[in-house]
Design a protein around this ligand. Structure first.
Ligand code: BGC
Length: 760
């Protein structure tokens, strides 16, 4: 149904319009009955519905309806599977439609800057490409039902400490390359109905009143068409926010901020057209949902089965020294309370009231040779002699041991960050004691963010289950017993220790947190530092093996507008069917800028029967090679060579090929008295000016090639060489004004050169 929204807005009073820009209560937008504008509801999100029919809160305190808790983002991202994420979104969209929800508050795509962030379990990855692709697929799935999403938290919200006041101080290149692209990809590929701005400031300005972020970048550059809503309570100055591009304040402001908007329009400090535009944007989305409502049927049980499938496709097998899969005939001791009381989701606004939960022991109840021993509590760090002794006895007499370890709820949650990366010490101790008596030990981890693994070399098997959603036990059981072949890969690096993490020295600082590590986040840092890690980004094992061959590019010479099609054959060389995640990284060999050693630019998950080969295909474009050039205000890939790397993980590159890129993009020339001769010489358009000044300097110092010829013995030649190298180095880093000190030209001459160059 076509609606004339401009006409509708024109019929609204100033009070009604201001009212549309904030919530009615915790979860509803206001309606205007006389004009047929409905009051619609929004709800968390992201990995299930937290619809509160009664008392509302944004911290997961009061009850919500019974729903399905799907795996949180930290796990589902490890599926590296766009189709699966689309199916996931589709299920959430259907549930939301059936529950009369206009918008689901998610997905959350903030980059995992540090393993300590309390909300990492809600976020996808340390890599912006993976986060963006995953989010776009999910959003598209939800929105097939005309239920909106609210991609969050926009932007640079990477810690919980002081989250409502702290400024994330990040340079523009880093924002563009690391913290914004997941949002950018989602907006460009899937047009989320809404974007949720974050609590924090960015470089001193609240995200909720940041015109650069909410308008210049989000709308003008990326083409966002929906409305921006605030995170719950993120509004600072309401009128400033409205001007900057924040259409909807959530939740209600109890009329306070509505009155500020009205007063600002009346006193002329807010153009009413800005308000009209905001209301129109909100109404467009309200009606996009409202006019497309349809009867929706969904079965909780069917969605539970989907939650299990997503968990199975995502859990990551990290170590397997011929200990898995388990056999039903083996005597298995399952130790650790997580086996009966699994930790499968995190605390806070995403906390789902699961309609049912399956633990590992629930899933194994038919397995006669499996016994459960508590060993330790899932809720606290407390070593109990009696429990431990019982576990040790059982471990000794079993064929194999499965220890269900993990982080208690209180160790990580929305609202606060972790202060360390350890498992509870009682668990580390018992794992060590058990492996001393039973070498056939497998650990299953339940955690929202990486933990240090001090006993890694003592165990034979390690399964990273993350937070597995309500079907966690069934998924773990099927993987352990080989009914399902694990196929997830890590969406983040697991470092050996916290201090290896690049943000270690600046994470969680007071009012301002400076992102000192810049673009070197996650594997971009660990690879540049050649640092050993416990498990690299993109890593994960299978019960089968895969071989890579036949890497081909449809072209090796690329111009700006070209795309490159990359194909590679992958073969299942083992004896069971399995899925491989093939990763494509690009490595810039031009040396034009400081860049990570490699960056993910493509991935595909492929299912293969034993012996089967499939060809996987990727498409790269100019942006795949580019970095963000702040002087150009655009993405830039210098002419030169780039390596296409195909890997089974970021540290397991199997095949590579070179492409030559030739760009016609010109960098802006902005020379001034402090531009160095080196900078002039490095750009062919200004090189002749640089050379002219360099020659003057060489002549002044009497150096250069002529002196070399006169050198008559080795020692003298070596001295000359050092002298030349030093002279060149000094000249290259000499600002143009430096030549004045040697009387080599006048300031006017320099200024003329500068003017000429800046005209080029
Ligand atoms: C969270 C959001 C959430 C909102 C509503 C806030 O505290 O940061 O992610 O959607 O509450 O519950």
């Amino acid at each position: 149904m076509e609606r004339n929204l401009k006409e509708l807005v024109a019929q609204m009073t100033l009070e009604e319009k201001a009212g549309m820009c904030s919530g009615l209560d915790f979860w509803h937008l206001k309606g205007v009955e006389r004009l047929g504008i409905p009051s619609v509801m929004v709800s968390d999100g992201p990995h299930g519905l937290r619809k509160q029919d009664e008392s509302g809160d944004h911290l997961g305190i009061n009850d919500s309806i019974k729903a399905v808790c799907f795996p949180p983002a930290a796990l589902s991202a490890c599926s590296f599977d766009r189709e699966l994420m689309h199916t996931f979104g589709d299920a959430i969209g259907k549930e939301a439609q059936a529950q009369n929800l206009s918008v689901v508050l998610g997905p959350a795509v903030n980059i995992k800057r540090s393993p300590l962030c309390g909300r990492n379990f809600e976020y996808y990855s340390e890599d912006p490409y993976l986060a963006g692709e995953t989010a776009a697929a999910f959003i598209d799935g939800v929105q097939t039902h005309h239920v909106g999403t609210s991609i969050k938290h926009f932007a640079a919200n990477n810690q919980e400490f002081n989250r409502m006041s702290c400024s994330s101080d990040v340079d523009e290149r880093t924002l563009r390359e690391i913290y914004l692209p997941a949002f950018e990809t989602a907006v460009k590929k899937a047009q989320p109905y809404t974007v949720m701005c974050s609590y924090n400031k960015i470089n001193g300005t609240f995200a909720s009143e940041n015109p650069w972020l909410l308008t210049d970048v989000l709308r003008d550059e990326w083409g966002f068409e929906g409305y921006v809503m605030s995170d719950w309570g993120a509004v600072n100055e309401r009128v400033e926010g409205l001007k900057a591009g924040l259409e909807l304040e959530m939740p209600t402001s109890y009329g306070i901020n509505d009155r500020e908007i009205i007063a600002a329009v009346k006193d002329g400090s807010l153009d009413e057209a800005v308000l009209d535009r905001a209301v129109e944007r909100i109404l467009r989305i309200v009606f996009l949902y409202w006019d497309n409502r349809e009867e929706q049927d969904f079965a909780l049980e069917a969605d539970h089965a989907l939650a299990k499938k997503i968990a199975e496709e995502s859990m990551v097998l990290l170590k397997n020294d011929n200990v898995l899969p388990l056999n039903k005939n083996e005597k298995i001791a399952v130790i650790g309370e997580f086996a009966v009381k699994p930790r499968f989701q995190g605390g806070g606004s995403s906390h789902i009231n699961s309609f049912k939960i399956s633990s590992l022991m629930d899933a194994l109840k038919e397995y006669e040779n499996v016994t459960y021993i508590k060993g330790f509590s899932a809720d606290e760090d407390c070593y109990e002699e009696a429990l431990a002794q019982e576990a040790l006895n059982a471990a000794k007499s079993a064929d194999k041991v499965v220890i269900c370890a993990g982080l208690p709820d209180s160790f990580e949650s929305e609202g606060y960050d972790r202060s360390h990366m350890h498992l509870p010490e009682c668990q580390n101790r018992l794992i060590r004691e058990i492996t001393a008596v039973q070498p056939e030990t497998i650990v299953v981890l339940h955690n929202g963010s990486p933990v240090e693994i001090p006993w890694l070399s003592d165990v034979k098997g390690l399964l990273e289950a993350y937070l597995g959603g309500q079907a966690v036990g069934e998924a773990v059981a099927d993987i352990l017993f080989g009914n399902v072949n694990p196929s997830g890969k890590l969406a983040e690096t697991i470092p050996y220790k916290l201090s290896d993490n690049p943000s270690y020295l600046s994470f969680g600082d007071g009012d301002h947190v400076t992102y000192n590590e810049g673009i070197f986040v996650g594997y971009r840092y660990y690879d540049a530092k050649e640092m050993p890690v416990a498990f690299p980004f993109g890593y994960g094992l299978s019960y089968t093996t895969f071989a890579y061959s036949n890497l081909t590019l449809d072209r090796n010479n690329v111009a700006d507008e070209d795309t490159v099609t990359v194909t590679v054959d992958v073969t299942n060389t083992g004896s069971v069917k399995g899925k491989e995640i093939v990763q494509l990284y690009v490595s810039d060999l031009t040396g034009a800028a400081r860049r990570p050693l490699r960056e993910l630019k493509g991935y595909e998950k492929v299912s293969l029967k034993p012996g089967e080969t499939k060809t996987v295909s990727f498409t790269l474009d100019y942006r795949s090679f580019a970095w963000y050039h702040t002087a150009l205000h655009d993405w830039y890939a210098a002419s030169g060579e780039y390596e296409i790397q195909i890997g089974a993980s970021s540290r397991d590159i199997r095949l590579s090929e070179i492409v030559h890129l030739t760009t016609e993009k010109l960098l802006p020339i902005q020379t001034h008295l402090n531009t160095t001769l080196g900078e002039l010489l490095s750009d062919e358009r200004t090189a002749k000016y640089g050379l002219k000044l360099k020659k003057k300097m060489d002549a002044f110092f009497g150096g250069g090639a002529a002196a070399d010829e006169d050198a008559n013995d080795a020692e003298e030649a070596a001295d000359e060489a050092v002298g030349d190298a030093m002279g060149d180095a000094i000249a290259f880093s000499m600002p143009m004004r430096g030549v004045l000190s040697f009387g080599l030209c006048t300031k006017e001459e320099l200024q003329n050169m500068i003017d000429e160059m800046n005209q080029l």
